[in-house]
Design a protein around this ligand. Sequence first.
Ligand SMILES: Cc1cc2nc3c(=O)[nH]c(=O)nc-3n(C[C@H](O)[C@H](O)[C@H](O)COP(=O)(O)OP(=O)(O)OC[C@H]3O[C@@H](n4cnc5c(N)ncnc54)[C@H](O)[C@@H]3O)c2cc1C
Length: 449
Amino acid sequence: MTSAELSGWGRIEPTMAQVYEPAEPGQVTSLLPTAGGRGVIARGLGRSYNNAAQNDGGMVIVTTRMNRITDFDRAAGLLTCEAGASLEQLMTAALPSGWFVPVSPGTRQVTVGGAIAADVHGKNHHVAGSFAGHVRWFDLLRADGSQTRVTAQADPVTFWATAGGMGLTGIILRAAIQLSKVQTSRVRVDTVRAADIDQAMAYLSDTDDRYRYTVAWTDCLATGASLGRSVITSGDFASLSDLAPKDRRDPLAFRPTAWLGAPPGFPSGLVNKYTVAVANEAWYRKAPRRREGEIQTIGAFFHPLDGVRNWNRVYGPAGFRQYQYVVPFAHQEVVRKSLERISKARAPSFVTVLKRFGPGDEGYLSFPVPGWTLALDFPARTPGLAGLLRYLDELVVEAGGRVYLAKDSRVSADMLAHMYPRLEEFRKIRAELDPAGILGSDLSRRLGI
Ligand SMILES: Cc1cc2nc3c(=O)[nH]c(=O)nc-3n(C[C@H](O)[C@H](O)[C@H](O)COP(=O)(O)OP(=O)(O)OC[C@H]3O[C@@H](n4cnc5c(N)ncnc54)[C@H](O)[C@@H]3O)c2cc1C
């Protein structure tokens, strides 16, 4: 055990906790009864953006040493692992046999436990749904120390409260994941430039059913006729015949470790409205108007940010706030309104991503519902940011949308109730699973969940 300061990936609200890093699931069972009044929360690789995996003055159980892959049925693509195994580990283990994770967020540095607890989504949400839909079972350690193997069939309530439940129903110890079959480890990518937000949204709407993976990068600072100009990349795993002859010799190659490190001492203010405007212009200009069939690696297509270790440091010590919402398709005007307001405020979101979600799953607090999702990240010291995000909250709530808890840093408990209509049901289930309120995080205390 160590006493340590923890923050999320955005580095904005660090708090102190007693941090334990058990090497075996069995050790977690013996730790639980020792949690004091401030309770306990699980933590994976700390890639949620704010304080979902923090517990000020309490216990935090980091799962990353519990990361063994315990079984892999290469014929069926069913992989069983401890909850601290990362998606990168799953890829490394499974790609040589032609299997890939069913859903990958924009980083592969997340644990299986974190992927279930946030019910993460990826570029294929419109066809594959989110992560929990591919989980056959997980072993859950409940607050009373009992352990159960949970499936969506036998215990849908516990399963769907845990999927998206941000660690508040118990500690996931192990899970079995159904992987997806691939012929190669490369992606065949089409790139299109859209001159404004209307073109970008029309293109995404028209082409979703043609692509397994698709997403738009949007220039949040562009104004006027260029408002919301975007670069859209869409694709699917390449077949063997798509590869150049030299790549066909090792079609499932995956070499994830070639990382650069961001130097530690970036000052706050390096990411600002000027540098982001220049970067956006360069990115947009560099993209082809239209290019088809480019072969990219998994890293380049799915996880470009993983290419620089600790890229979150470029925002400097003040950190940054992520904000991601989804609004139903019927309220697509919210996207345009958001971009109008953001560009007018010159609020520099460095990574702005737009996508269409498909049907949501049964998760009581799972984020995705059918509609448009926009993800933004702003330096925490952006002038006027609090007012801008409040304005976005209101637009989102009026449209019947919601923000993503894995990224949230500031929504109020009142707002949350409007965003997640099944919140009360979740609270009741949580009270049954954990009557003494042993599980808790900085996020759950702020939101009263
Ligand atoms: C660069 C980047 C890109 C991202 N892109 C996406 C994206 O495209 N889509 C998306 O959905 N998300 C995305 N995310 C967010 C990320 O996928 C989620 O926050 C994920 O939960 C992080 O997993 P983790 O292992 O780091 O968990 P942590 O951040 O450590 O914890 C997240 C939550 O999971 C809970 N948890 C962790 N382990 C367990 C366990 N064993 N049992 C019970 N609860 C547990 C924690 O209590 C906490 O509530 C991105 C994050 C980054 C940094």
